[in-house]
Design a protein around this ligand. Structure first.
Ligand code: ZN
Length: 681
């Protein structure tokens, strides 16, 4: 599971924690187009790593980048072909690069790079090209046959007949992940996780037949496979060395093997070996064995994720999108999360849910703060700020999970937002603004820690309840559960006792931001007229609207706990009773935990439909108008640093340098050139 950056973007950096090593002159800003800003992140403390650790980081970074094409293909079956074509046009173009047509083309290409395909990374809506079909046809016409990215046996004409509607017709492959439960979500999603002609009912029946209800250590069915129809029957095309994506997986294995040879310790060596075995065979039992070894290694300094992990890209929530994170420990800040995780049982025992749904023993909730060193696949350019893995419920229950906070990424967001005018526009009054300036950075980090280390790890299913019982609402409700756990405890005096916070009112910064975001500002990410689709956004609106409605007249003096008020024609969030708000978060947590523990699909679906999906059109329009005056991009992502080996006279690596030399386009073109095992001719 992953936690994304909240939409509220700080207008301050005054609260950056003092342990952070931040270079004030570092240039965070890289590019800006459409609804996107591209940043770069710093890798503080890189120089503290030993040569061996730097080598390991480098090899893992290579393994990370080698998987890029896999995700592109998972996201849509024409994505790689389209990328090659667009890049060829872009680099060969001899006309006026400032012309309107070319500028529009360049914008589209930048969007496609950011989406790892022709759909928006977040809304999953297809991008709308603003250049003409005539321009596109003319430019493709200039490319020699031998340089065209033709599929096997395909002619130029056939390619164009296929791609023109895919790029230009809004009705064709309109959405990558369709979660509208009234439709066949498999047949209507444009992602490439299911073959042509496969329906949702068929996939559900296919896996239902495969699952053994008495297996209490089930593998994650469908995690590493495309389901296709052959002679009217479904079958899995597995992702492994000799299967689908073999050429990319071969490169990943090569670099993982290099990393294994410089591993920090035997535990790390053991799980890398297991991961390689899994990549060779595609055997999900091996993946579980790897996941257990990985979750249990809390000693290593360098760490990574590399594989088919999160299933947000699958409308049925089964197949993992390929991703990689390479990182090392931020020792100073990890003390904070270690304090939290070492008290996991204390929090679990007092959580406001029915004791039947609590865990008697919260196992091995490990938590650390890390410095991201390489982001790839589904974690690039848009990345999470916190991750908690493995996702398998029984592994989490029996062996624990590992939870990390990517502090240098959060820092980069914060630094890049300095003085953007957000607080001035949306925050109700000076005292609230002051509280946000003083405490939002730390309480937001804490919210992430609590969400990842404790929230997802807390609670249990009643015996016999299917972990997929909440179906298409499973992700949003799970995120809500973790967020509510975090919201409830970020206000707990225990955090003062642990020495993590120094002011009992600090949590109010996070509460205010959460409500503002859930009720108003996250709508900046939604196109007018659309519903909310994405799981994290549904979760936030669900919580905020539920608290708004259920807090009516329940605050001190009979006031609303929280309300939307008008001031000078603008809408503001006003919180009248913070302690009562905490109570409400606890109540909703209890209900959502009950829904999960009992597998109560109906109650979960009612909550989602009532609070999470529909947008108030008036507020929505107002938010868009107010944002448009601020010029704050709704989405941000990152390019990576560049690691370069330095060789000695004998050909041995003597150092690996880190530099930040590239702009967005340069980095994307380099990746396509050097890390494209699936598109090499
Ligand atoms: Zn989460």
């Amino acid at each position: 599971m992953k936690k994304l950056i909240p939409t509220l973007i700080l207008g301050t950096m005054a609260t950056l924690n003092s342990e952070a090593v931040v270079d004030k002159n570092f240039n965070y800003h890289v590019d800006r187009f459409a609804d996107i800003e591209v940043l770069r992140y710093e890798v503080p403390e890189y120089d503290r790593l030993s040569l061996n650790q730097k080598k390991m980081l480098y090899y893992l970074s290579q393994a990370a980048q080698m998987g890029r094409d896999i995700l592109w293909d998972q996201n849509g079956k024409y994505n790689l072909q389209i990328r090659q074509l667009l890049e060829k046009i872009y680099t060969d173009y001899s006309g006026d690069r400032n012309s309107k047509e070319f500028k529009a083309f360049e914008k589209y290409l930048k969007q496609v790079w950011f989406g790892n395909g022709i759909h928006h990374h977040y809304s999953t809506d297809k991008f709308t090209p603003e250049f003409s079909r005539a321009f596109f046809e003319a430019e493709v016409g200039k490319i020699a046959d031998k340089d065209l990215p033709l599929a096997k046996g395909e002619t130029r004409e056939q390619m164009m007949t296929t791609l023109i509607p895919v790029i230009f017709d809004p009705a064709v492959m309109a959405k990558r992940v369709n979660q509208d439960g009234t439709q066949d979500v498999v047949a209507t999603s444009a992602s490439n996780l299911y073959g042509d002609g496969v329906t949702q009912a068929e996939v559900e029946a296919f896996y239902a037949a495969m699952k053994n209800p008495n297996d209490d250590t089930p593998v994650s069915y469908g995690l590493n496979a495309k389901v296709v129809k052959e002679n009217g029957k479904l079958k899995e095309e597995k992702y492994h060395l000799n299967g689908l994506y073999g050429p990319a997986i071969a490169e990943i294995i090569y670099w993982l093997d290099m990393a294994k040879n410089v591993a920090e310790n035997d535990a790390q060596k053991a799980y890398i070996t297991k991961l390689i075995d899994y990549y060779i065979t595609g055997d999900l039992r091996l993946f579980d064995e790897y996941s257990i070894l990985w979750a249990e290694d809390t000693k290593s300094d360098i760490d990574f994720v590399n594989g088919f992990i999160e299933s947000y890209g699958d409308p049925l929530g089964m197949t993992g999108s390929w991703e990689s994170y390479v990182n090392f420990k931020n020792t100073a800040s990890s003390e904070r999360t270690e304090k939290i995780s070492s008290n996991a049982q204390w929090f679990e025992d007092r959580s406001p849910v029915d004791p039947r749904f609590r865990k008697d023993k919260v196992k091995g909730v490990s938590a650390k703060v890390i410095t991201a060193a390489m982001l790839a696949g589904d974690a690039f350019p848009s990345t999470a700020i916190g991750i908690n893995l493995p996702n398998s419920n029984w592994i989490r229950a029996q062996h624990g999970s590992k939870s990390v906070t990517l502090e240098n990424i959060t820092e980069a967001y914060d630094m890049a937002s300095h003085g953007n005018g957000f607080n001035e526009e949306f925050v109700i009054d000076e005292p609230t603004k002051k509280n946000l300036e003083d405490y939002l950075y730390i309480t937001d980090m804490l919210h992430t820690d609590l969400h990842e280390c404790l929230g997802h790890a807390s609670g249990r299913l009643l015996p016999g309840v299917d972990q997929d019982a909440l179906k298409e609402n499973g992700s949003a409700l799970e995120e809500a559960r973790a967020d509510l756990f975090a919201l409830y405890y970020v206000a707990d005096p225990k955090l003062l006792e642990l020495g993590i916070l120094d002011n009992p009112d600090a949590y109010q910064a996070e509460y205010y931001k959460y409500m503002l975001n859930g009720l108003m500002t996250q709508l900046n990410r939604i196109e007018p007229g659309n519903d909310i689709e994405e799981a994290h956004m549904r979760n936030r609106q669900l919580i905020a609207k539920w608290v708004l409605e259920n807090g009516r007249k329940k605050g001190k003096g009979g006031k609303d706990v929280v309300e939307l008020i008008k001031k000078n024609g603008k809408t503001y969030v006003r919180v009248n009773d913070y302690p009562k708000m905490r109570e409400l978060f606890g109540n909703l947590l209890a209900e959502i935990q009950r829904i999960k523990s009992e597998g109560d699909y109906k109650a979960g679906n009612d909550l989602i439909q009532k609070y999470a999906v529909k947008v108030d059109p008036k507020i929505h329009k107002e938010v868009l108008d107010r944002f448009s005056k601020l010029d704050i991009p709704p989405y941000r992502g990152f390019i990576n640093p560049v690691y370069t080996p330095v060789y000695g006279n004998d050909g041995e690596i003597t150092d690996i340098t880190i530099t930040y030399p590239e702009n967005y386009t340069e980095q994307m073109l380099r990746l396509s050139r050097d890390y494209s095992p699936l598109t090499k001719k």
